[in-house]
Design a protein around this ligand. Structure first.
Ligand code: ZN
Ligand code: ZN
Length: 367
């Protein structure tokens, strides 16, 4: 039996894993500007803050709205309450140092204007190193606590979907159903929906990212439900497709093909396998059913503090899967003017195989 690690231990180990990478990047410190990364490292949930991680300490720069909250939440970092931009304050703090410093920063998270300001404020003593995605890559390997939180979020979303089915009938508007989803998510403990709930019926189901609309459901059409919860900071993301009425043979065929593609992708998930091999497995199956051209997005994505994070299961992604990755697998087919089918589950990768966190039946549901 393993002892449950404390918050302090969890965050200490995250900082340790991060600092271990400083040597590879040949940097003395890292500027963390992306809030999900700040939350991951020190537990801060505020909407404004920059975390500076040095070899021997970490400092969160935030503003006075968060003075109480930061004291309550932050683990493993000192807190400085600032009157001006937390980013510039962090850099000023660095520029006061007497040493020459090499600071890593995430270029894709810093605007062109901020980059200019950083260089100007920091002055000549600071060398900027592009430390692309270093925290994101740590985040892609989940610890035991994260896995259990995402499992809980996935179960919540799955149960919610099942509870919704009695409401799914001709005449009900997509928007009514999405309102119901978001209301029930919160009633069941989620802090919010992980993303805007997708409910797309009839020909609208052919739009993979349709927003719920005022369209009422009709008999003899497909309805795609894509929903997720944020529970204690972690997201779930599941999709099921139902048919209102008795599905005709061609819809059953398409559905069976998408389900087979999902199973093939899941079966391909092993530690060390490149992410695009999972995508290829799904596509190959759909190609056998002559449906590959209707599968217009990637097979899946990492899931955690953000609903879309590393690794991406897409064409050309060479990242190797690792134990502790949690990803969605969500192949689909979209036929213009007719409708669409997608089946999405949340999958955790363990040494001995995968666990499907979203425990929800995958058969075609006819209502
Ligand atoms: Zn989804
Ligand atoms: Zn997804």
């Amino acid at each position: 039996l393993q002892a449950v690690p404390s918050r302090e231990e969890i965050h200490r180990s995250r900082f340790k894993r991060l600092r271990f990478r400083f040597a590879q990047l040949r940097c003395d410190a890292l500027l963390v500007t992306h809030l999900p990364n700040v939350f991951y490292l020190c537990g801060f949930t505020g909407s404004s803050g920059v975390l500076l991680v040095e070899a021997d300490q970490a400092i969160l720069f935030t503003d006075s709205r968060y003075s109480i909250q930061a004291r309550q939440e932050v683990v493993g970092a000192k807190v400085r309450i600032e009157r001006r931009s937390p980013l510039l304050c962090a850099v000023e703090w660095l520029s006061d140092s007497r040493r020459k410093l090499r600071i890593a920063y995430p270029p894709e998270r810093v605007t062109a204007l901020q980059a200019v300001q950083l260089r100007r404020t920091a002055g000549p003593k600071v060398r900027w190193v592009e430390g692309a995605n270093i925290v994101e890559s740590l985040r892609s390997v989940k610890d035991a606590l994260e896995i259990s939180l995402i499992r809980e979020a996935a179960l919540l979303a799955g149960n919610l979907f099942e509870g919704l089915l009695p409401l799914v009938k001709p005449g009900v508007k997509e928007l009514d159903l999405s309102a119901e989803v978001e209301y029930r998510l919160r009633r069941q403990g989620a802090s919010a929906a992980a993303f805007e709930t997708i409910i797309a019926s009839g020909s609208r189901a052919a739009l993979p990212h349709a927003r719920a609309s005022a369209k009422p459901l009709q008999k003899n059409e497909l309805v795609v439900f894509d929903l997720g919860a944020i529970l204690r900071g972690y997201c779930s993301d599941i999709t099921r497709t139902v048919y209102v009425g008795r599905a005709p043979a061609r819809v059953r065929r398409w559905y069976a093909a998408v389900l087979q593609a999902q199973e093939a992708a899941r079966a391909a998930m092993k530690p060390g396998v490149e992410a695009d091999a999972i995508d290829r497995a799904a596509r190959r199956t759909l190609r056998r059913h002559r449906l590959a051209k209707y599968f217009t997005h990637s097979t899946g994505h990492g899931l955690g503090i953000e609903v879309h994070e590393a690794p991406r299961l897409a064409r050309g992604e060479r990242t190797q899967l690792q134990v502790g990755n949690i990803v969605t697998i969500e192949p689909g087919v979209y036929l213009e003017g007719i409708g669409g089918i997608r089946i999405e589950d949340d999958i955790a990768l363990f040494p001995q195989g995968v666990e499907i966190l979203s425990q929800l039946k995958r058969d075609l549901i006819e209502l």
